[in-house]
Design a protein around this ligand. Sequence first.
Ligand code: HEM
Length: 334
Amino acid sequence: MHNSHSSSDSASELSRSDRLESRDLDVQAVDEIEKLTGRHPGYRRAHAKGTCYQATFQPSGDAAPWTTAPHLQGPQVEALVRFSESSTDPALADLLSPAKGMAVQFRLPEGQVSNLVAVTVPVFFARTPESFMDMLKAVNKARAGNLGIKEIVHQITGHFGEAKESLLSVQRLRPPASYVTNLYYCIHAYLLVNEAGQRQPVKFEWLPEAGVHMLSIKDTTSQPPDYLERELDERLQQQTAAFRLNIILGEEGDPTDDPTTAWPEDRQRIDAGRLVLTAPVPEPEGLVMDPTVLPPQGMELSDDPILNFRRSAYAESWKRRSSEPMDKMDTEPE
Ligand code: HEM
């Protein structure tokens, strides 16, 4: 039931929501997100600017003892990748949007899909949808009072200790040389389920084969607003670009319900396969990279309240953007 190529199907499924208690909160959350940089009709309410690439994923087979998920066994599957800027403003220059997104949709047999959505920071700033809302409200209030960014961060970390690690990671981010020279983290815990029905808590991350490279300070002065899309399109004319999918195995006591905390560094990692990007493609009609859309078997959602909440928040964003004409003032990638 979590699978569909067409997000209009999945969106209508989502709006039927069996999670009545979160229905109001998702509407409110998207309202608060819209207040950050205003409404941008037709665009995603977060990660508004982005470009899609066609890809293939070749599983290594090393994850098979932990999962029966079809894309983590032997055969190669097709995939779609959308890189994005985290801002809610689609016209913001790449250099000004600190965190980048990498959403991957695996195309499974029989028209099903499975999504993995990642960003360049290892942890999220809010532990629950409620504190996410409270923080956004505080930021919007502070902005209305014209507080500087430092004072806003000070206020947030003063009231919400959980946000500290994430805000520090964002502060440490530097502009990447390329979308494909970043590490990307899926942040949430998931459960892998194997043939015997055993459940293993895991996290996912994407490792760039080209290595991690940031722009030099000198180069940051000369970049066009959409330098990352241009760089990748040019790169793909010469060669492919690839990532390895790492699966991190959680151990006893590692929290599965807290996206604000990373697991210890020494956890075992499995190299689950190789994602190869081949060419830019237009965004398919109705694409929603809902991170709760999983394969029909072999993988389950954890008890992370933010992960579970994202389902209805993304559906709310889709509902709004799909019913609006796109604002032509903004720069949408072709
Ligand atoms: C309370 C938590 C969150 C809320 C309310 C939220 C909200 C949203 C919304 C409304 C969208 C646009 C969806 C669409 O119209 O298709 C979006 C996209 C996105 N979000 Fe989140 N988000 C949350 C947490 C996260 C986390 C933890 C991550 C990190 C993995 C993340 C990464 C992304 C990315 C990469 C996209 C772009 C997906 C694409 O390319 O289509 N979000 N988010």
